[in-house]
Write a new protein. Sequence first.
Length: 218
Amino acid sequence: METPQFVDHAAEKFAELRQAAGPEGDIGIDFHGAVSPQTAKLLIKALEPYQPMFIEEPVNCQNVEVMADIARGTHLPIATGERIFTKWGFREILEKGAASILQPDLCHAGGITEVRLIAGMAEAHYATLAPHNPLGPISLAAGLQIAASIPNFLCQEQVSLGEGYLKKPFQVKEGYIDLPTGAGLGIEIDEDALASKIGHDWHNPETYDADDGSVVDW
């Protein structure tokens, strides 16, 4: 449980973002499944006046009943999906009304074909797709192909436009990327640029609780 000061501080910071972006800007907010249901409800109510684009994973996505209860208590869209896999995992989310924005990761949820099926299920439940992608430009290219083939695409997450990976990196124009028209996914790998990345010793960062040193999700 958090204090009123914690909730008010979060709402005030989001209000600053809303003021900077203006009413025409879309701003999503990610709870990352790390908030208790009680605090999530308080935070969402405090954020509602500033109209976030969505609330992502207000609670752990595996507890579908709790997420559905939260979704029924707000007009804000609930988003989830980066840790849900295949159409069978998304079926329960849709049937129980736990989220109206699905975020399947094409590299984890079953690829283009499976995500296309998930998109069809979502369409029947008036839900949209915002594919998850923290991985790179090849995953982005796959997501763009999905975007072009479904009627309920919302937006595409990306972390790299392909500089140092693709011969022709993607270009963002006023928030949009043109659909690649080449063969396959429409991209070409720059093998010379990739050669310098082979043999790296990078690994995922590790995060620990500041108080007791226990392992925590970011």
